[in-house]
Design a protein around this ligand. Structure first.
Ligand SMILES: [Zn+2]
Length: 398
């Protein structure tokens, strides 16, 4: 099976995850891909192949040289819940002409996506315009499988101990929570999950979430004078007390934000749901403090129980841990440079499974996949870049 065949096979399997489920995996469909991969790993002859009830699939390829180094590679199997990943009908464009790409009902325009120019002459895989492609993260899955297949068919190429894991529910968070880092037994690992093929990402947001509850006093509007407290209006006031430019609409790079995700309001009560993000943990706590200050102000202005804020930590910037042991970064940098490519590092404006794994004790930076425009019908992948990633993974494991 070629890399392209592998990729096309995996993207056609529906593995959409679903929000609001208390189960992992959030959808049983994710097992469909896990079982296909389990069979392929068995056929390749890997050891310790395990698919657990949470749809975490792991396998092991022992080193064929004198090595004590155990390296892990992970990719997630699910696609986003918000846009269809069912009946994916991938389109293969050979020798791409560098022009706008017309699909069913949409056009991928070079004007909107100028990176397309540099993909001229390459092989692209796009959606048909009606679904996601699922290159996020089946490109990563295919690349890891292709690396394993390479080492199996080239026993003369020496490599370290290789451990692989395919995991569920990355897109909704939480798929990795039950991952057993100790059983995985690696010195360090990589998620292969999106970004330019020569990118290593190891700095992500520190993240927390906040739920703000406003209690109003609901009285018939005809006799409200001097008595009514309209929770919806106070909720708007709360938002206006927060720093205007600490908003995802106005921030980039490592800059943080407070993002209002949802608001539900009536006269009697209102709820605001926020996420808070900052690369610098001290600055994250300052943003959280501003949210508490806004609450205190409203409780002084109205009555003392008007506003309640509950803040929960979600995940942390992996760099705080990785900076103490940069072996994973150095290995990946060398693997990329040895192929003649420049190394790109950029801050992740989000979290990754790797952030959680790093927190659990397994340093796990992220590598690119050669997939672009994830999470929508404009998603595409470049086959040559995917092959570059395979070569990078091989180099890392060697
Ligand atoms: Zn992903």
């Amino acid at each position: 099976m070629s890399l392209l065949e592998r990729f096309l096979k995996y993207v056609k399997i529906n593995t959409m995850s679903a929000e609001g489920k208390d189960l992992t995996p959030s959808t049983p469909e994710q097992f469909n891909l896990a079982k296909v991969l389990e069979a392929e790993l068995t056929e390749l002859g890997l050891l310790d192949i395990k698919l657990n009830d949470n749809c975490i699939l792991t396998a092991y390829l022992p080193s064929n040289m004198n090595s004590n180094l155990h390296i892990g590679f992970l990719a997630h199997m699910d696609t986003i819940p918000g846009f269809s990943g069912k009946d994916v009908n991938p389109q293969v464009i050979n020798n791409y002409n560098g022009k706008d790409i017309l699909l069913k009902g949409i056009t991928i325009k070079t004007k909107e996506f100028p990176f397309l120019h540099k993909l001229q002459g390459k092989t692209l895989i796009t959606t048909d315009g009606t679904t996601v492609l699922g290159a996020d993260d089946k490109a990563g899955v295919a690349e890891i499988m292709e690396m394993l297949s390479y080492f199996i068919s080239h026993p003369e190429v020496k490599h370290h101990h290789i451990h692989v894991a395919f995991t569920p529910d990355e897109e909704i968070g939480g798929g990795i929570d039950s991952f057993n880092v100790k059983d995985f037994g690696c010195d360090y690992a990589y998620t292969v999950d999106g970004g330019i093929f020569n990118e290593i990402a190891y700095s992500n947001f520190n993240a927390s979430s906040a739920v703000v509850k406003i209690k109003g006093l609901d009285i018939h509007p005809g006799s409200a004078k001097g008595h009514m407290l309209n929770a919806s209006l106070i909720a708007m006031e709360y938002q206006n007390l927060l720093p205007t430019f600490a908003n995802p609409m106005y921030t980039e790079g490592t800059e943080g934000f407070i993002h209002l995700c949802a608001i539900h309001g009536e006269v009697g009560e209102a709820t605001l749901e926020y996420i808070i993000r900052e690369h610098d943990l001290k600055k994250l706590h300052l943003l959280e403090q501003q949210m508490l200050n806004a609450k205190d102000f409203l409780n002084k202005k109205y009555t003392k129980d008007t506003c309640m804020v509950e803040i929960k930590a979600s995940y942390y910037n992996m760099y705080n841990i990785i900076k103490k042991d940069k072996r994973s970064i150095k290995k990946a940098e060398k693997a990329i440079k040895d192929l003649g490519f420049a190394v790109i590092t950029s801050p992740i404006r989000g979290g990754t499974d790797g952030a959680k794994l790093t927190q659990m004790g397994l340093n796990t930076p992220n590598l690119g996949t050669g997939g672009y425009n994830c999470h929508g019908p404009y998603e595409l992948a470049c086959l040559e870049e995917m092959q570059n990633v395979v070569n990078i993974l091989i180099n890392i494991a060697k």
